[in-house]
Structures are given as structure tokens and as C-alpha cells.
Design a protein around this ligand. Structure first.
Ligand SMILES: [Zn+2]
Length: 444
């Protein structure tokens, strides 16, 4: 941590009843298995191509066979869920669009919905990857397109998360989804995000995994098997015109919902897994897209998780040998130990979110008086068992939260000027599971 806040804050008491790590989450992390991950990817590659426009009526080849296989895995795990996991294919016939769709086809997202146990808790947390694969020509629907890393790795994370978490019950709901149509312009994720928006789903986090198993950079000969990147938008895509002025006035350019989620991922993933989370302050890579954007565009907090180095000789390439060099997205190029850590990080974050109390309501900062202290107040969360709240503090130029003050009260006066720091409030339960922090609004 580069920035340290050396401050003695009066209410800074350590409350021993709150554990720093949850034993159940430690157990989930230990259950992630690299052989399972390898077997999922091997199976996904065996469908020859998972191109979105490939066959849906062939038993063994093409996107139809692939999505049936994913649905079958989900159905197996649903048997352990005590009837709480519902498995279905969200589907729709799509017409040619003159761009990356040149024929009518059936678009389908295999989904497993693990229903929360608390009927008052409407929150939904989502893990996703994309099932479809491609070669050099994005319209080629017949050539061998293994898609082991792009995005077999992301889909393997979704399947493994469903396997590990389906046996447990959480107050909030969790969605496991393998999108189709990513390479044809994010069609599957758009279909789900639009439905979620229309039906007012309370999605509070989307962890979209797209290429999380490669460690070698290719052309620069560098390797990294320690760092996972988390991309998050700065200014919100949705209704920026309406929000820009208040973001500007309050200096909250770095505190949108997706950025808040990214910070949460860094903290929780690094607590449970030996991994470095690298926050990338942009929505996605140059010239590239991903399924998280479909959710961000509808106003849901969503991030992209991606390996540190991408290998451009492997992704979106025809499988071939040229000048003695192997091209193509083959399973032998995936680093299964690195993948295992990244999948474990996802599972730790998902479980932590699904177990946490919901966010405190109506978090506000008082601005009536000119003073060198700060008063925050808030209301109880709508759902979840609560041990108390943490008020989070950081300097305005610090990327991460630096100080955490515990309280059981619904307000706190902090001997720090609101002009010099950024504050947030989060709920916490006795096993240390934290809600996503809430930035205070101005009290009126
Ligand atoms: Zn991809």
C-alpha cells in the first residue's frame, strides 16, 4: 500500500467479535480444483467450434451441443441445492443485422439461478463468461475454434463456481451464466441485461471473466502468473449527462458503482487467495469489448476480470503452424494453476457478497455547517444479519480505502474535514462479510 493514513481516530476500536476471514469461504476456496477446470476446457474444445452461428442441432459439435453440455453441468449441481437452483436456457431468435449476423439463428444463454434464502433480500450477484469462440474471420462458423482461453477459461470459472457454491445457501441470489454471441457484438449479455433492466432486477455486481488463464505475453516474452486485472469504468456510461455535474462538484470521478465493486474485489480476493488484483481504471482494453459492458450500459455495477498479459498469437486466430510457430487458442497454452487462483478469487468475492448484509440505506453527509469534522448518518440495511458498520476513509488522491472505523450506531462524527477525505459506509456481519461500500449523498 503506497499511501498510509497515520491518524488517530477516536472511535477506532477493534471489535473482536468480527472475524477477519469467514471459514466457509476459506473452504470454498480450497475446493477449487485445477483438474476440474482442465476437464471443462477440454470438453469445451471438443465441440470443434462454439461460434454463435454454428450448428444448434448437432449432438456433438457446435454451439448447440456446447450449451446443452453447460446446462447438463448446471443440472447436476442443482441436484445438491435442495431445490434452490433453477437451470434454464434464456433464448431468442435473432434476425440478420447486416453486421456480424448474416442469418436467422437461435441465441441462447445457459443460466443457473441460485435463489437466496431470505425473501426480503432482493440482491443478485452474477458471475459470467462467454461460451462462443471464433477464429481469424469473425464470420467463420465451421473451422476449428478451440477457444480454450477465450473464453473457455471464463466459462470454466462459471461452472466451477456453480459446482462449489450450489451446495450452500446464501441470503442473496447468485446467477451463473455462460453468454453466447459475445464475438458477434455482445448479443447474449445484451439480451440478459435488457431483461434485467426491464424487470427491475437488483443486480449489485457482475463479475465477467473473459480470458483468465494465459500467463505468457507472446511477442514480448514476458510471463505473469500472479496478477489478475479488474477493469472498471470511471464515469458512468448510463445517464452521464444527468450525473456529470454532481460527480464534478463532489470530486467523485473515481467512485462510481463499478469502481466501488472493483475495490471490493481487490480487498476480498487478496484476503482469501494468494493473488494480486490490479485495478485498471478503464472500462475495457483499447479497441476491445466484453459482456460486462452490456450491464454497465444498463446502469448495473459490472467489471471485467482478465489475465495480466494477453497473447495475440492465440486469441482470435486460425489454428495453424506458420514459420514453425503454433497459432490458435489451444488448451495446452492455458496455465491451470493460474486459472485456479483466478477462479478461487471469483468464488471468494461472490460468496462474500452473497453472505453479506445488504448495503446501509440513505447514507448521507452533513454539509450545513462549515466545520473541520465530518458527520455521516445512515439507515439500517433492508436485509441481512448485522454486526455493525464500517465507515471507510481515504485521501482524495488515494486509489484504495485506507482506514476503517467500526460502529454499531447509525451515525458517526469523524475528526476529519470532509473537504480533505472521501468517506463511505458499509455493513458487516459477524463472520466479517462486507457489503459493497456506499458513498454518502448530501444531506438536505
Ligand atoms: Zn472473449
Amino acid at each position: 500500500m503506497k499511501y498510509l493514513l497515520f491518524l488517530c481516530l477516536t472511535p477506532c476500536v477493534v471489535f473482536s467479535q468480527i472475524r477477519s476471514k469467514d471459514d466457509e469461504i476459506k473452504k470454498y476456496v480450497s475446493e477449487v480444483n485445477s483438474d476440474s477446470l482442465q476437464s471443462y476446457i477440454k470438453k469445451l474444445v471438443s465441440f470443434n467450434t462454439r461460434h454463435t452461428l454454428s450448428a444448434t442441432d448437432d449432438q456433438n459439435k457446435g454451439i448447440g451441443a456446447a450449451r446443452n453440455w453447460v446446462l447438463g453441468k448446471f443440472k447436476d449441481y442443482a441436484k445438491n441445492s435442495g431445490g434452490r437452483m433453477e437451470v434454464y436456457l434464456q433464448q431468442q431468435d435473432i434476425q440478420p443485422d447486416g453486421k456480424r449476423v448474416d442469418q436467422v439463428f437461435n441465441l441462447g444463454n445457459p443460466i443457473a439461478f441460485l435463489k437466496g434464502t431470505d425473501s426480503n433480500d432482493k440482491r443478485i450477484f452474477m458471475i459470467s463468461g462467454h461460451l462462443d469462440s471464433r477464429v481469424t474471420d469473425v464470420m467463420n462458423r465451421t473451422s476449428f475454434a478451440p477457444g480454450a482461453n477465450d473464453d473457455g477459461s471464463g466459462v470454466s470459472a462459471v461452472i466451477e463456481a456453480a459446482r462449489v457454491l450450489s451446495k450452500s445457501s446464501f441470503p442473496a441470489s447468485v446467477i451463473f451464466v455462460a453468454f453466447s454471441g459475445e464475438e458477434q457484438s455482445l448479443l447474449g449479455s445484451k439480451m440478459l441485461a435488457e431483461k434485467a433492466k426491464k424487470e427491475n432486477w437488483q443486480i449489485e455486481a457482475v463479475l465477467n471473466n473473459d480470458m483468465i488463464g494465459n500467463t505468457k505475453s507472446g511477442e514480448t516474452n514476458e510471463t505473469n502468473d500472479r496478477v489478475l486485472r479488474v477493469f472498471s469504468e470511471g464515469l458512468p456510461y448510463m445517464e452521464l449527462d444527468k450525473k456529470a455535474m454532481s460527480i464534478r462538484n463532489l470530486g467523485l470521478e473515481n467512485d462510481g458503482d463499478s469502481r466501488q465493486l472493483a475495490r471490493y474485489i481487490e480487498e476480498v480476493a487478496e484476503k482469501y487467495v494468494k493473488i494480486d488484483i490490479k485495478l485498471i481504471y478503464r472500462n475495457d482494453r483499447f479497441l476491445r469489448g466484453g459482456d460486462h459492458s452490456s450491464f454497465v450500459n444498463q446502469g448495473f455495477p459490472a467489471v471485467r476480470l482478465t489475465e495480466y498479459y494477453e497473447n495475440y498469437d492465440q486469441q482470435h486466430q486460425d489454428v495453424r503452424i506458420e514459420n514453425g510457430k503454433q497459432y490458435g487458442d489451444l488448451p495446452e497454452f492455458v496455465d491451470y494453476n493460474y486459472l485456479k487462483k483466478n477462479v478461487a478469487a471469483n468464488i471468494a468475492v461472490l460468496a462474500s457478497l452473497a453472505k453479506s448484509p445488504s448495503k446501509p440505506e440513505k447514507v448521507e453527509i452533513e454539509v450545513k455547517e462549515l466545520t473541520n469534522s465530518t458527520t455521516l448518518h445512515w439507515e439500517k440495511p433492508k436485509a441481512g444479519k448485522l454486526a455493525g458498520y464500517y465507515v471507510l476513509v481515504r485521501e482524495t488522491e488515494s486509489p484504495i480505502w485506507q482506514k476503517r472505523i467500526f460502529t454499531k450506531d447509525l451515525s458517526l462524527k469523524i475528526p476529519l474535514s470532509k473537504d480533505n477525505y472521501i468517506f463511505a459506509v458499509q455493513s458487516v456481519n459477524e463472520t466479517g462479510n462486507l457489503s459493497i461500500p456506499v458513498i454518502p449523498a448530501i444531506a438536505r
